[in-house]
Design a protein around this ligand. Structure first.
Ligand code: ADP
Length: 272
């Protein structure tokens, strides 16, 4: 499923003294199966952008097209969009509420009105992909570690079989082990299911490692888009947008390790 944003503008509290232009004339296209990294300083408009993609918030002007069709065409279309585009919010584990891991992951597909077998299949596949085995199925989500809770919550989105998965800072607040497990699950998901993934992240290293294409947001606009290599060869511009310079150096070192042709005068291995 291709996603197209045409001149998308979003203004919060329009017409009041608190008016804030969060997205300003954003035009971009995301192709089926792409792995996108969405980066940008706090307040640059990332969350506002992703919430438009599955219709949680509506544009002030402009349009969002899925396979060429406006998602706000009618109620049925919007419902379809919410099923096909899965969104895992920041700290999704706060939304866990069922008595068992299994029931929690089954909640979404049950509401879709699928058959019992289909629900079971979706739940098992989703938990499998995030590395949660059957010994956890009957446990309370609250008995799990932070990283496990997060993976169960993401499995809840996956169990709906979305064609696009949007993850807002999925590693926030996790220890390095929990972080690696989440990133491995996301990587596996993209490799095995070939679904479109949009990863919002503060970590330059994570996006450099995982994504095909980076979109850099700055003050409500798309400031740059390109492969990690293209984006990270503009360290000055990134710094000016508040994306920390030491991280950029670190990313260069990582890219060098991966065999990218990075000019040696713009990265320092010591910081890695
Ligand atoms: P990011 O996800 O990149 O941190 P956001 O999309 O959350 O950026 O925010 C973009 C801008 O919109 C910021 O200036 C933020 O303060 C403002 N904003 C976000 N959500 C709201 C809201 N619900 N009401 C008013 N302003 C908001």
């Amino acid at each position: 499923m291709s996603i197209q944003l045409n001149h998308l503008t979003h203004v919060y509290n329009e017409g009041t003294t608190f008016e804030k232009v969060a997205l300003n004339d954003v035009t971009l296209e995301i192709q089926t199966g792409e792995f996108i990294g969405l980066i940008g300083h706090t307040g640059s408009g990332k969350s506002t952008l992703i919430q438009h993609l599955n219709g949680i918030i509506s544009p002030s002007s402009g349009e969002i097209l899925l396979d060429g069709e406006n998602i706000h065409k009618d109620k049925a279309k919007l419902k379809e969009v919410r099923r096909r585009i899965g969104l895992a919010f920041q700290y999704p584990e706060y939304q866990l509420f069922e008595m068992t891991v299994y029931k929690d992951v089954a909640f979404g597909p049950t509401n879709l009105g699928l058959s019992a077998e289909q629900i079971h299949e979706n739940v098992v596949a989703a938990l499998n992909i995030v590395g949660i085995d059957e010994t956890f199925y009957e446990k309370s989500p609250f008995e799990l570690s932070g990283g496990q809770k997060r993976r169960v919550a993401i499995a809840g989105v996956l169990a709906m079989n979305p064609e696009v998965l949007i993850l807002d800072e999925p590693t926030a607040g996790l220890d390095p082990k929990g972080r690696d497990e989440i990133l491995a699950a996301i990587h596996k998901l993209h490799e095995e299911r070939g679904i479109t993934v949009i990863l919002v992240s503060h970590s330059m290293e994570d996006v450099a490692r995982l994504v095909d294409r980076i979109i850099v947001m700055h003050k409500g606009k798309v400031a740059m888009t390109g492969t990690p290599r293209e984006i990270f060869s503009h360290p000055m511009e990134l710094e000016q947008m508040g994306l920390a310079a030491p991280q950029v150096s670190y990313v260069f070192a990582k890219l060098k390790e991966k065999g990218y042709d990075v000019p040696t005068d713009i990265y320092t291995v010591e910081e890695a």
